[in-house]
Write a protein that binds this ligand. Structure first.
Ligand code: NAI
Length: 467
């Protein structure tokens, strides 16, 4: 057998699985059809969007946010081409980093489209024609693609009607941007263009943005975005998106019934979710079962219905998050190397990289209520945190949910500057089965934003000090 493992797809799931398996002594090959490694996340997703989120935030800060600090007279000039250059350089550094990791770990990389021919055989269709790789195990890590709007035909041209891919590559700031879907992509990329001067309207089907997040968090966050000037229409179902002579128009109607409204836009971002990507992989022919939504079915050890064929990341159940895919990649590599790989799906943080950030781990209050769990809530606002005041970052709060009887922390939710970094102390605590009292009695450096986490934990079993 030529390889122990052939991975199809080099996104965060696939490349991490390959590197870990090679570190554990397995002979690994990886197949990627894109010209560069790293998948959606590194090429057109997480990484480039964060470069633009950071740059646009700096711009907006310089334009609006410095007077109160005594820094006056800033009149920043936007050079969008240069900002895009920063994004491209960030992507290049990251994808080159993956190529370096492959070399360092002696992973053989094949460029082309991978196809499963059955257990132990993968065809690679590339520029050099077809090659067949023989392997003990196959890992499908082909990720996801834009889902489109259910029941509404939309032609994405990536110029006027765009997915996230086109939305990170616009060549000018649209005067009016309509975002369909108030989920993570819509709010992050909507924020980018709003900061750079676009008038942004978000149309969301549910009664709340960021559906699935803790209700209190999404409600407060929606108010913050509205204060920033984002127009948010919730409970509104988009029924049509069409190109016009000068741009596009979007039609939506109240979900509860009522008159339809049509709005004009220079650019429309379709951000209504993603679907598993398995086209051309030959899975059905190989006997790999998929569920009715197109996700590859796997058992507790990531094995599909065909022995020796495994799947991880966005093509399988669970949140479509890069770090979830990475953890699955590590766990699967360990299993294939004869170790006991495991992913704790109860402790997977989620972060929305807006300003302020929104971060969450574990259960929401709604989930605990629905499950009939007796719980305690502790909350602390950044308004009462000294460091937040010094940085003019007083928007937001920390919320800790703990089991009423055992005091074990069941969930943590943060809206605020740096939430995406702060969430991890709650994640580590939960991974170790820690209690709210453990968190509240852990010494936190002063003055830090993280003190709000400690105070929220104190509030679950007694009282915070600074309120
Ligand atoms: P999403 O599932 O987060 O949000 C899509 C939204 O579109 C939902 O709120 C849904 O109710 C709404 N929607 C659906 N049909 C609609 C209609 N006809 N009219 C109005 N609204 C409608 O999906 P999104 O934002 O596209 O992201 C895709 C995936 O990528 C998600 O799984 C997300 O977690 C992941 N992602 C994660 C990021 C992060 O962790 N920071 C960043 C970007 C993406």
């Amino acid at each position: 057998m030529a390889y122990d493992l052939v991975v199809i797809g080099s996104g965060p799931g696939g490349y991490v699985c390959a590197v870990k398996a090679a570190q554990l002594g397995l002979k690994v090959a990886i197949v990627e059809k894109r010209a560069t490694y790293g998948g959606t996340c590194l090429n057109v997703g997480c990484i480039p969007s964060k470069a633009l989120l950071h740059a646009s935030e700096m711009y907006s800060h310089a334009a609006h946010g410095m007077d109160a600090l005594g820094i006056e007279g800033l009149a920043p000039k936007l050079n969008l081409e240069k900002m895009m250059g920063h994004k491209d350089a960030t992507v290049k550094a990251n994808v080159d980093g993956v190529a370096f990791l492959f070399k360092k770990n002696k992973i053989e990389a094949f460029q082309g489209t991978g196809k499963v021919l059955g257990a132990g055989k993968v065809a690679v269709l590339g520029e050099k024609g077809e090659q067949v790789l023989e392997t003990k195990a196959i890992v499908i890590a082909t990720g996801s693609d834009v889902a489109g709007i259910p029941g509404v035909p939309v032609e994405i041209d990536e110029k006027v009607i765009v997915s996230s891919t086109g939305a990170i590559a616009l060549d000018k700031v649209p005067e009016k941007l309509v975002v369909v879907g108030g989920g993570v992509i819509g709010l992050e990329l909507g924020s980018v263009w709003q900061r750079l001067g676009a008038k942004v309207t978000v149309v969301e089907y549910l009664d709340t943005i960021l559906g699935g997040m803790d209700g209190e968090v999404s409600k407060q966050f929606q108010r913050m975005l509205a204060k920033q000037g984002m127009e948010i229409k919730v409970g509104a179902k988009v029924t049509g998106v069409e190109k016009t002579a000068g741009g596009a128009k979007v039609t939506f109607e109240p979900v509860k019934g009522g008159e339809a409204v049509t709005v004009e836009a220079d650019v429309v971002l379709i951000a209504t979710g993603r679907r598993p990507y398995t086209e051309g992989l030959g899975l059905a022919e190989a006997g790999v079962a998929m569920d009715k939504r197109g996700f590859v079915e796997i058992d507790d050890h990531f094995q599909t219905t065909v022995k020796g064929v495994y799947a991880i990341g966005d093509v399988v159940r669970g949140p479509m998050l890069a770090h979830k895919a990475e953890d699955e990649g590590v766990a699967l590599a360990e299993i294939l190397a004869g170790q006991a790989g495991h992913v704790n799906y109860d402790v997977i943080p989620g972060v929305v990289y807006t300003q302020p950030e929104v971060a969450s781990v574990g259960k929401t209050e709604e989930e605990l209520k629905a499950a009939g769990v007796a719980y305690k809530v502790g909350k602390f606002p950044f308004m009462a945190n000294g460091r937040a005041r010094a940085m003019l970052a007083t928007d937001g709060f920390v919320k800790i949910l703990a089991d009423k009887e055992t005091d074990r922390v069941l969930g943590g939710h943060i809206v605020g500057f740096g939430a995406g970094e702060m969430i991890h102390e709650i994640a580590v605590l939960m991974e170790f089965g820690g209690s709210a009292e453990d968190l509240g009695r852990t010494c936190h450096a002063h003055p830090t934003m993280s003190e709000a986490v400690k105070e929220a934990a104190l509030a679950t079993f007694f009282k915070p000090i600074h309120m």
